[in-house]
Design a binder for this molecule. Structure first.
Ligand code: ADP
Ligand code: TZD
Ligand code: MG
Length: 580
């Protein structure tokens, strides 16, 4: 046998990892090269995977996490690839955040030699990564032998996308990559995961219990969460809402499952419907802090610990989610698609619509609030404020309903969420369950790569700073991303002063009049400084049309924001009487 023929019959860890990922429908890798994965990234590219290289692993990780949100229901988790110790640690925030948000991603990190790590002999980038990752994700695996790569990747994929989705860590020690094995045996060792997102069908008794409760409701309400968006059961969700005639509220990333201008949306009457509703059907939404834990004044309770009078039906894939905050009267455990179609089957065609008293009362509040908002949006103050700038964004998104919207910040987040309507499912990507800053450019890159659609990223100036260097990545891959920075000179606003009168500015304040647009220009993208709504509109329209990487520095009144946006009350207050 010639040397050539012999080498063709051998495969190695590098190629088995790539083959296993490809076999399971992975197309995009978000990562950052270095020892021991540099050649892996090269070979991935050579083998037809799209490798998106970032400037910091946190952003690669966030990209993978949101790719998981976008595609997880189809059995494809997002993949982040990093080097050992520091690169791995940089990726961990995103892995933990993905797990918290129930998004499937796999963090694959190269690691140092086990023998040296375990004896703590001081290897290059030494760290027991598996042990550190474990508490921060849904599952963690390590592969030591090339013949186990197929199993390792299959297990990682199943753990990420089945049941309640989440983050998975996969540890690949450097030695694994150059381990050789017979090519045919290697091929045979790979596993194509069958039915990665198995349907989970709710019990008939649980469905009946839920329907009975819903039937008796005088003031029913449906609450759609990002688990509902994730599940890609859009048609059934729309049918459920429309056939029952029940008003609904979308959580932030559930906006657009039904268009925000839908007649049954109660979003503009949120503070009325939550305390008033008698039966609430939660679909892929947890009663966590974002819903005031299902109790307290938001829900009509007398004080912050009091339960309201609502009864809850909760659709969730996790059987342990029910009762985590308040009693769930009718838990419906299963995937959103199966649960909603079971409800639809039970609802039939002559379901009695909710009493007109309830829907009329909601509509009355809605009309009033929408009119009030329209008035505010129509104002044209100088300098611009969040409302006048976001009025433009609202129009642009309406005209481009397929565009992806990324959003982070405090005021920049809260105002965008309430002002900018979404028209299609899974278009709004934001800070999620943790309210984490830094997701912006990672999400924007993945949103563009995964969807091929233009991306609009509405960023607080502070929020943008966490991932701002990735504008180079956006330019490098020539992605159709339009970043709009709501530049109010700081965290929440730019007006705080140093109480000592010292030279340092206050902790929340940035350089005044900063020109973020020049950052984009530095890498060949389009930078625009916009001081009026008209300038902002023109720049956004051009960005969408040209699909050129664009960064618009929208100059916002530095007094416009409030502390922590809408969650001011979560700040602890000092009770010290001593003067410090
Ligand atoms: P939001 O922040 O929008 O309120 P959460 O992240 O709190 O949403 O809740 C999402 C919920 O959806 C989680 O409890 C998760 O278990 C659930 N979930 C995720 N995917 C599915 C699915 N396919 N079917 C049913 N429930 C799901
Ligand atoms: N660090 C991380 C990782 N996440 C966070 N949420 C914070 C810090 C705290 N934080 C917020 O919750 S919002 C925010 C920070 C630093 C920035 C707000 O300023 P901004 O938005 O410029 O992005 P506005 O429009 O000025 O409010
Ligand atoms: Mg700001």
């Amino acid at each position: 046998m010639s040397n050539d023929a012999q080498s063709r019959e051998l495969t190695d860890g590098f190629h088995l990892v790539i083959d296993a990922l490809k076999l399971n429908g992975i197309k995009n890798i978000y990562g950052l090269p270095g020892i021991p994965v540099t050649d892996l990234t090269r070979m991935m590219q050579a083998e037809g995977l799209r490798v998106i290289s970032f400037r910091h692993e946190a952003n690669a990780g966030n990209a993978a996490a949101i790719a998981g949100f976008m595609n997880g229901a189809e059995g494809v988790p997002g993949i982040c690839l990093t080097v050992s110790a520091p690169g791995f640690l940089n990726g961990l925030v995103a892995l933990a955040n993905a797990t918290t948000n129930c998004w499937p991603m796999i963090l694959i990190s190269g690691s140092s030699e086990r023998e040296i790590v375990d004896l703590q002999q001081g290897d290059y980038e030494e760290m027991d990564q598996l042990a550190i990752a474990k508490p921060l994700c849904k599952a963690a695996f390590r592969v030591l032998n090339a013949e186990d790569i197929g199993v390792g990747i299959a297990r990682a994929i199943r753990a990420a996308v089945s049941g309640r989705p989440g983050g998975v860590y996969l540890d690949l020690p450097a030695k694994l990559f150059s381990q050789a094995m017979d090519a045919a045996a290697g091929q045979a060792s790979l596993i194509k995961v069958v039915d990665p997102v198995p349907r989970q069908i709710p019990g008939a008794d649980a469905v009946k219990r839920a329907l009975d409760l819903l039937k008796g409701a005088k003031k029913p309400l449906i609450l759609l969460g990002k688990g509902a968006a994730y599940a890609q059961a859009d048609a059934d969700l729309k049918a459920l809402v429309e056939k029952t005639g029940i008003p609904y509220l979308p959580m932030s990333m559930a906006k657009g499952i039904l268009p925000d201008n839908h007649a049954q949306s109660a979003a503009a009457a949120r503070s009325y419907v939550l305390p008033e509703a008698d039966v609430v059907l939660l679909i892929g939404a947890r009663l966590n802090w974002l819903l005031s834990h299902g109790k307290g004044k938001t829900w009509g309770g007398k004080d912050h610990k009091d339960w309201g009078k609502q009864k809850f039906i909760q659709i969730d894939i996790s059987p342990t989610e029910a009762d985590s905050n308040v009693a769930i009267d009718a838990p419906l455990v299963g995937d959103v698609g199966s649960c909603v179609s079971a409800l639809l089957a039970g609802i039939g065609s002559n379901w009695a619509k909710p009493p007109a008293e309830w829907t009329n009362a909601i509509n009355e509040r809605k009309t009033k609030n929408v009119a009030k908002m329209a008035e505010t949006l129509a104002k044209d103050p100088v300098p611009m404020n969040f409302h006048s700038a976001l009025n433009v964004v609202r129009d642009i998104v309406k005209a481009n309903p397929d565009a992806m919207l990324v959003n982070e910040g405090a005021n920049a987040l809260d105002f965008t969420r309430s002002i900018v309507d979404m028209y299609k499912p899974r278009k709004r990507l934001d800070v999620g369950t943790w309210g984490v800053m830094g997701i912006g450019m990672g999400f924007a890159v993945a949103a563009a790569v995964e969807s091929g659609q233009p991306v609009i990223a509405i960023e607080g100036d502070s929020a943008f700073g966490f991932s701002g260097m990735e504008v180079e990545t956006i330019c490098r891959y020539n992605l159709p991303v339009c970043v709009v920075i709501m530049n109010n000179n700081g965290v929440y606003r730019g007006t705080d002063v140093n109480p000592t009168g010292g030279a340092d500015v206050a902790p929340t304040v940035f350089v005044k009049g900063a020109r973020y647009d020049k950052l984009m220009e530095a890498f060949g993208g389009v930078g625009v400084n916009a001081t009026t709504p008209a300038e902002l509109r023109k720049a956004m329209e051009e960005a969408i049309k040209s699909r050129k990487p664009t960064l618009i520095n929208a100059v916002i009144d530095e007094t416009a924001g409030t502390e922590s946006g809408r969650i001011t009350s979560l700040n602890p207050a000092s009770v010290a009487t001593k003067k410090h």
